[in-house]
Design a protein around this ligand. Structure first.
Ligand code: PLP
Length: 375
């Protein structure tokens, strides 16, 4: 954290990340693990998270964009890094040079792969759309795609995968997707062209759908100790705390308007505290007047509209509030906990969005063994 930074920061407990990773390993046994560290590891800090996962022996990482993969390479990550999303064709030689496998999800991409002339092998995973409706080739296209790839020099088919859209809500549909996937796997197996790495399971599937494991799994959220299911699971511990400190407190009379739009007017004499964090930091403005934070090991309510960089809480019933008191936005304080899940429910979204949107201007602090490393 910079010497002159405002007192708002995210703490990441890498010891807990390590535990979550090994917990997943115990669940999936011998299968390879491809950890999702896209979007800065869902807001947790992709470089530090990847370093730990690599040290613990993860098989590969996955990211959404080629630039995310390059950033990890530039920071010394040696593990394989699969790009799940679109890669501009001009990046292909660089992908081969830095051992970054890319996804083929559109058969028109074969032409681009055919233009690759490097002498390093370019690894490909085919994404088959079995019902996600996002990216992916049609199942029936797979055999011809494999044939077309097989004649390309220095292009190797390393894997084939699909993505499940409903494991957290509808395992019946997920099973139908897997039926489609298995059928196509069978077909290419009979032709003797089955690629070595076969994967489908995201976090929800790791918890709920053993059938989807194949020989590799792709957890994201679970690594961070969160689950896509309705309830937190004891064996996985969240690794993030999002914290700030009160920078101001003031006793105001009944009838005082708080923040933009006068969306809150005090109904009694009120002690308010101002926090140096706002919606530009990824703390959603939708939490205005309904969000809660922890201070002095108890819950306090956000009052008035959250502004870009600051927000107010009601601390009338709290003794001895001073500027400098630590406030927890996400995480634990004493016995109280605010989970990303709780926040997500309030504003009708999912915990993935709550953590991944925590802004780039918030410094991340990492705890590993008993060391604290600040950025
Ligand atoms: C993000 C992502 C994952 C990981 O999903 P979680 O639900 O976080 O486990 C797996 N596969 C693909 C294709 C993804 O985009």
């Amino acid at each position: 954290m910079g010497r002159f930074a405002r007192p708002t920061w995210v703490e990441i407990d890498l010891n807990k990340l390590k535990k979550n990773f090994h917990r997943i390993k115990r669940i999936v046994g011998k299968r390879k693990i491809i950890g999702a560290v896209k979007a800065d590891a869902y807001g947790h800090g992709a470089v530090e998270v990847s370093k730990i996962l690599e040290k613990e022996g993860i098989y590969a990482l996955s990211v959404a964009s080629f630039e995310e993969a390059l950033k990890l390479r530039e920071n010394g990550i040696k593990a394989s890094i699969l790009v799940l999303g679109y890669v501009v064709p001009s990046a292909l030689p660089v992908a081969a040079k830095f051992s970054i496998p890319v996804t083929l999800f559109d058969k028109r991409f074969i032409k681009r792969l055919g233009e690759y002339r490097g002498d390093r092998v370019l690894n490909i995973h085919i994404n088959v759309d079995t019902g996600m409706g996002r990216i992916g080739v049609a199942p029936e296209e797979v055999p011809e795609i494999i044939d077309a790839l097989s004649v390309l020099p220095n292009v190797a088919l390393q894997g084939i995968y699909t993505h499940l859209s409903t494991v957290d809500s509808d395992t019946c549909y997920a099973n139908e997707q897997l039926n489609v996937f298995e059928k196509i796997l069978d077909k290419i197996k009979k032709k003797g062209v089955l690629p070595p790495i076969i994967h489908a399971a995201n976090s929800a599937a790791i918890l709920n759908l053993k059938r989807s494991y194949f020989n590799a799994v792709r957890p994201g959220l679970l690594l961070y100790g969160l689950t896509p299911l309705d309830e937190p699971i004891k064996q996985f511990e969240p690794i993030m705390n999002f914290k700030t400190r009160a920078i101001y407190s003031r006793l105001v009379p009944k009838g005082t308007a708080i923040s933009y739009g006068r969306a809150y007017i005090t109904t009694k004499e009120t002690l308010i505290a101002t926090l140096p964090v706002g919606y530009a930091d990824g703390y959603s403005r939708s939490l205005s007047n309904i969000g809660e934070v922890l201070i002095k090991k108890r819950r306090a309510r956000i009052i008035g509209n959250i502004t870009m960089d600051q927000m107010m809480i009601d601390v009338t019933d709290f003794p001895y509030i001073h500027p400098g008191n630590e406030v927890v936005l996400i995480g634990k304080q004493g016995e109280e906990v605010i989970t990303p899940y709780e926040i997500a429910k309030k504003i009708n979204t999912i915990n993935y969005e709550i953590v991944s949107r925590i802004g780039g201007r918030i410094p991340r602090t990492f705890i590993y063994n008993s060391h604290v490393k600040k950025y």
